[in-house]
Design a protein around this ligand. Structure first.
Ligand SMILES: [Zn+2]
Length: 167
């Protein structure tokens, strides 16, 4: 369930609904808080070694049990590139270097977070052992032609293009 404010997070008064900046939004009648809704910026590591793509089996919602690229939210103070490499390290133990931004897409995530603004980075992985992060059930390489059935299918066009490149 995507959580919504019922009370003002600053003064606790019950929020009301009204037209603000041409959109129906919740606002606090007591202070100047307006519950603006903005997409959450998240990063995805399209992490490759040769022609193989590193995926995690997600251990937590959303999409628990599905295979996906390592991903997560950008923390305050981080660049998106730093967030991408941090999430990759936390979830898989792998290090790598950012090659380039491959795409920016809108994702409608319906379990928890609502709309996401997803930035996909191509990451060239360094050699080294993999591990399974705390929020991860499994970590494995896949050939790009044989992605698992239960797969969070984002950046497909970009991944197919990457497949054509020498890495
Ligand atoms: Zn308030």
């Amino acid at each position: 369930m995507i959580k919504e404010y019922i009370h003002c997070p600053f003064c606790g008064v019950t929020l009301q609904k009204g037209l603000i900046d041409h959109k129906k939004r919740k606002y606090c009648p007591s202070c100047d808080f307006v519950d603006y809704k903005n997409p959450l910026p998240v990063v995805f590591a399209i992490a490759v070694r040769g022609r193989r793509l590193l995926l995690i089996k997600r251990g937590i919602a959303p999409k628990k049990g599905m295979w996906a690229c390592p991903s997560g939210a950008i923390e305050i103070g981080e660049t998106p590139e730093e967030a991408c490499l941090r999430e990759l390290k936390e979830e898989t133990g792998a290090s790598g270097e950012i090659v380039r931004l491959v795409g920016v897409i809108k994702v409608e995530e319906e379990e928890i977070y609502g709309d996401l603004l997803a930035l996909g980075y191509l990451v060239k992985l360094a050699d080294g052992e993999l591990l399974c992060g705390d929020e991860v059930e499994d970590v494995r390489f896949f050939n790009m032609s044989g992605l698992p059935d239960s797969y969070v299918d984002l950046f497909r066009k970009e991944i197919e293009e990457i497949q054509q490149l020498e890495l």
